[in-house]
Design a protein around this ligand. Structure first.
Ligand SMILES: [Zn+2]
Length: 280
């Protein structure tokens, strides 16, 4: 690997020359922005839940099979509030917007906290492909409408006692009468509404338009949870386009595709530090 300064210089040059920049955001990006799913941020906010269920972090706890809807929603109201409603735009996301805002760019992200939009990215440039904390859906996906949950969640929080919400606040599907869920892709019932389909179309248009052009794929903290969404496609598109460059920011898994070695620039350094250096 070249020296840090050399890599920064190469990456900056590629971004300056780029006709298109595609940002890919994964969990490592939000973690670097301070939206961590474990440690103090988790223990400070989930004391009673940790005591009751033995939760160790916000990621694994989100798969917990709660026995009752009253318990499930007490947990989720807290989870959604912390990551979606109490949190403003973080510096790292704001910096990324400043970095690309005058370019032709698009964002695809597996993150679900709406940080890109909060940081200034127009919503028609952002595809949050795995869902959005702000919405509820039918648990069985019986229809494809999403429901804004902000007021609901506030009321749940205000009325939570002993890690439970009152039964009257438990949301039910207005169509089938069944249970509701957060709009996150975790099983085959994930609802993709009209807005999702529109974002998918805009993303595909961007890929088509930028094909064969000078493209920078700027991959931010994308690991191996769902590598088929960002990581592998970014590698493949770089491989198939000799004018493309992959800039990979990843503390743990910087390794890439050998065939594109000359066109992949990897950083394992602190993400905020690297993005700040790109901006200078
Ligand atoms: Zn339903």
């Amino acid at each position: 690997m070249n020296s840090y300064e050399t890599r920064i210089g190469m990456a900056k040059k590629k971004m300056e020359e780029a006709e298109y920049i595609l940002l890919g955001g994964g969990a490592g990006l939000s973690a670097a922005a301070g939206i961590t799913y474990s440690g103090k941020r988790f223990t400070d906010h989930f004391g009673p839940f940790i005591e009751k269920y033995g939760f160790s972090d916000l990621y694994t706890s989100s798969f917990y099979p709660f026995e009752t809807e009253e318990e499930k929603w007490a947990y989720w109201a807290k989870h959604i509030t912390l990551n979606r409603y109490e949190l403003g735009a973080t510096k790292l996301y704001i910096d990324l917007f400043q970095l690309v805002k005058d370019k032709s760019y698009f964002v695809i992200s597996t993150n679900v906290e709406s940080q890109f939009v909060k940081a200034g990215f127009p919503s028609d440039k952002v595809f949050e492909i795995q869902g959005d904390y702000s919405y509820l859906q039918c648990e069985k996906g019986c229809h494809d409408t999403l429901y804004d949950n902000e007021l609901w969640v506030k009321e749940m929080i205000a009325n939570t006692t002993d890690c439970k919400i009152p039964s009257k606040l438990v949301p039910t599907c207005p169509v089938c009468g069944g249970e509701m869920d957060v709009n996150l892709r975790k099983n085959q019932y994930f609802v993709q509404d009209e807005k999702w389909a529109e974002s998918d179309k805009l993303y595909k248009n961007f890929l088509q338009e930028s094909e064969g052009k000078k493209v920078v794929y700027l991959e931010l903290g994308v690991g191996f949870n769902t590598p088929g969404i960002i990581r592998y496609p970014f590698e493949r598109m770089t491989y198939h386009n000799e004018n493309a460059t992959l800039i990979r920011l990843n503390r743990e898994h910087p390794e890439g595709f050998e065939e594109t070695e000359g066109r992949t620039i990897a950083f394992t350094e602190d993400m905020q530090q690297v993005v700040s250096a790109f901006m200078q």
